[in-house]
Design a protein around this ligand. Structure first.
Ligand code: NDP
Length: 448
């Protein structure tokens, strides 16, 4: 898809020339610049005043070494990152990812996407993302603790409750947030809301754990409802079995859907009777084992090695909730051929550009990640509010605010798409709707 604005086309070329080894960032930037072309055509001052050039360049990139000692006394050195992307509308906010695949391109694309996502929530949060190529899988709790403490020994210099508030992402759950927060508190001698996703006993918010998965389903429900459809009676496939996937499964089931498949990075389970979520939680959250254990305890289900074929199972709604580029053009074609009527992204950028194109061309409803999975960061922002007030809301209060945020977000994205002549195109609508508030703030500040 070409970018319908000459300046933005040139900008895209310069992005590639400047950092040729960042394919994930190029993919994310191209999608956004394509959507924003009609806005820039209507408002040339955005280009003239440097907003577009600044938008694609992080305000700050921090890269550091993270030495840690394993249980046998061996020393390892990993690499840590924090990219503070855009603070036009609030303190930097975005998760930390611990996974061996982490590199600067991945953190940069995630930070860039976060810019629009955070703005879309309607809450005052800027964007950032961070992480490390450390792999928590197979490590003891003590090893994870020493790693997290070493990571924070450097990161604490750059974050703060009014500056930058990290959260979890792949490989960073409640355990890691606890170690990170404990070390920050020790180093700074202050108890502040510097991280979100905290445990309930030390400042966490009820419903944060559920927020991304629930929010994804609230968003999808709105999209389905506008098209005269619903979760009720629909067959659903969810990739992943981590935080987002687990709570997407819970809410999709509550809304009347039947989830028949889930996965981890090794393979997927197909349970035609409907996934037993309590069993998934026991295996993944409690025992931290592989999803193939599921069939040992529920022999009527089937396990398949490898992840990509999960999309060949017939379904009405597909919710990719594992990782970037996990659903390609071929997978999209299989979904379409099997009668799938909606794809909603729970993970960040799980569909390749070829997949998105095929889905949209086939008239299948498509909810892009930066809108559909914004529930997690929205409740993180609500956690920040509760921390500032030194007060906690009930689960029902947070969940109801989340539902309102996701409903408003859907309508804002949908209306922006219509306003700019692309009705139903939520990719464009989300990019435009998220962008406008940031652009106006950046213009107000002048060139900074
Ligand atoms: P988790 O670490 O809790 O779970 C990730 C899941 O995806 C696991 O089942 C994991 O399998 C699987 N997975 C990870 N990497 C791969 C891979 N390369 N190939 C196949 N499967 C893989 O992470 P989250 O659920 O928190 O995050 C999932 C996605 O959602 C990410 O894209 C994240 O950026 C996004 N997201 C998360 C938010 C949150 O609030 N947590 C908010 C918004 C977006 P295994 O167990 O084998 O590692």
């Amino acid at each position: 898809m070409s970018i319908q604005n000459e300046y933005l086309n040139g900008l895209m070329e310069r992005i590639i020339q400047r950092d040729p080894n960042e394919p994930e960032f190029h993919q994310a930037a191209r999608e956004v610049l394509t959507s924003l072309a009609p806005v820039c055509n209507a408002r040339p001052e955005l280009i003239r005043e440097g907003v577009m050039d600044c938008l694609v360049e992080p305000e700050r990139t921090i890269k550091f070494r993270v030495p840690w000692e394993d249980d046998q006394g061996n020393i390892h050195v990993n690499r840590g990152y924090r990219i503070q992307f855009n603070s036009a509308i609030g303190p930097y906010k975005g998760g930390l990812r611990f996974h061996p695949s982490v590199n600067e391109s991945i953190i940069k694309f995630l930070g860039f996407e976060q810019t629009f996502k955070n703005s879309l929530t309607g809450l005052p949060i800027g964007s950032g993302k961070g992480g490390s190529d450390f792999d928590p899988k197979g490590k003891s709790d003590s090893e994870v603790m020493r790693f997290c403490q070493s990571f924070m020994n450097e990161l604490f210099k750059y974050i703060g409750p009014d500056t930058d508030v990290p959260a979890g992402d792949i490989g960073v759950g409640a355990r890691e947030i606890g170690y990170l927060f404990g070390q920050y508190k020790r180093l700074c001698n202050e108890f502040t809301g510097v991280l979100t996703g905290k445990g309930l006993s030390y400042g966490g918010s009820l419903a944060r754990k559920e927020a991304t998965g629930y929010g994804l389903c609230y968003f999808t429900d709105n999209m389905l409802s506008d098209a005269g459809r619903s979760f009720d009676g629909a067959t659903v496939i969810i990739s992943g079995s981590g935080n987002v996937a687990t709570y997407a499964c819970e809410k999709a089931t509550q809304l009347g859907g039947k989830v028949v498949a889930m996965s981890d990075s090794n393979g997927y389970v197909y349970d035609k009777e409907g996934i037993d979520l309590a069993l998934i939680k026991q295996i993944k959250e409690v025992e931290r084992k592989r999803i193939k254990e599921y069939v040992q305890r529920k022999p009527s289900a089937q396990y398949f090695e490898g992840c990509s074929k999960i999309w060949t199972i017939p379904c009405h709604i597909a919710l990719p909730c594992a990782t970037q580029n996990e659903l390609n053009g071929e997978a999209a074609k299989a979904l379409i051929a099997n009668g799938c009527f909606a794809v909603a992204e729970g993970a960040n950028m799980p569909c390749t550009p070829e997949a998105v194109e095929a889905i949209q061309e086939a008239g299948v409803l498509f909810a892009p990640a930066k809108a559909a999975n914004a529930g997690g960061v929205a409740v993180s922002a609500l956690e920040m509010s509760q921390n500032s007030m030194r007060f906690s809301w009930s689960f029902e209060e947070v969940d109801s605010r989340l539902k309102t945020i996701m409903t408003d977000l859907y309508h804002n994205a949908s209306n922006a798409a219509t306003q700019y002549g692309m009705p139903g195109n939520l990719v464009a609508g989300a990019n435009i709707s998220g962008f406008l508030k940031i652009a106006d703030s950046m213009l107000a500040y002048g060139l900074v």
